[in-house]
Write a new protein. Sequence first.
Lengths: 102, 283
Amino acid sequence: MRRDNPLESVDQVYEVFARKDRADRFEHVGTVQAPSAELARVYAWQTYDEAKWFEMAVARRDAFYRVNREEAPFTLGGPPPVGEGSEADFDTPAGYGGAVAR
Amino acid sequence: MSELETAARTFKSPDDLPQGAREPMGELLLILADNKRLLGMRYADWILGAPALEAGIACSAMAQDEWGHGRIVYAMLRDFDFDPHHLEHEREASEYRSSELLDGPARSWSELLALNLLLDTALSVQFEAMAESSYEPVHYKVQKLLDEERFHFEHARGWTARLAATPKGRASLEEAFEPAFGSCLRWFGSADDPVEAALEGAGIVDAGPDLLRARWLARVGPVLARAGLELAGERETGEWATALVPEWNDDWMPGWRRTDTGGPDEDTLRRVRGDKNRPLLMD
């Protein structure tokens, strides 16, 4: 990401959830960075357009309360250092823009 | 024919349209198609270089939407004896009916936002007026288009508020929005526009120029006001109004909704017609 961009200094990370069908559970599909919830909604809808979603919602990352882990939920901070964060390493967060961490 | 009978009638093809409404309908569709096509290109110009990665993705999505809408409308023009291939690939600049705001690229992010908020919304207001159109081929296409446009408007609203939060950002909005605002205000045409009168009379659109302008103002006014731009204000009655009075001088072309100033610039024309890939055109 272009961290030198002053516009991004006010951006917040929003977690994006969606489900394809009314019967499905919400799934965490990724994150967007946006200066407002309004734009986060637009970005989420236009970025994660791989399915015809029944429902999509965004929530600010800092709105989540940690339950059993020290780190913030979902994706944390920047991308993992090279060589780390492989698929087998379930304890390492996926990093910015990492889709569903499984 | 009484007003009630006219309102209840529906037309399945251009040949069913009342005498005097067929040509105006073709003109309106061409205006809308050209604006969608060119606006899509302006969004695409900013896929790279938008102030945030997400905004670039949004521009890409909006460009795709606009081109899709343009395609649908160009295809409809086949029924009006236009050749869509000719329309899309073989016209001269002066034959394009797109707004003069689209003749050249948006030079700043604020100029792109002016197109996003003001012009894109003007087009949506015009399409919305056909949501219950007596011309069935249009009627059935409008809703999906408007669903997609909802996000374009929210993108514009979010970014306008974001830029307005800093003095520098607001100054750049002011510079870009003022000319675009006047141009869009005029785009709906004069109250006695003959093309629009024919369309309204046949129930193809549900409103004339003044009412469309009022609907557009009610949509963009609150966004402009929230950004501190003094282009429109709310009356005590709840209506939105502007002190700006549009003028339709001699170079205004009704049926084109633009001024007679030559059309898109050369580079735009080359790209919009797909000149580079002309040998590959199959149909």
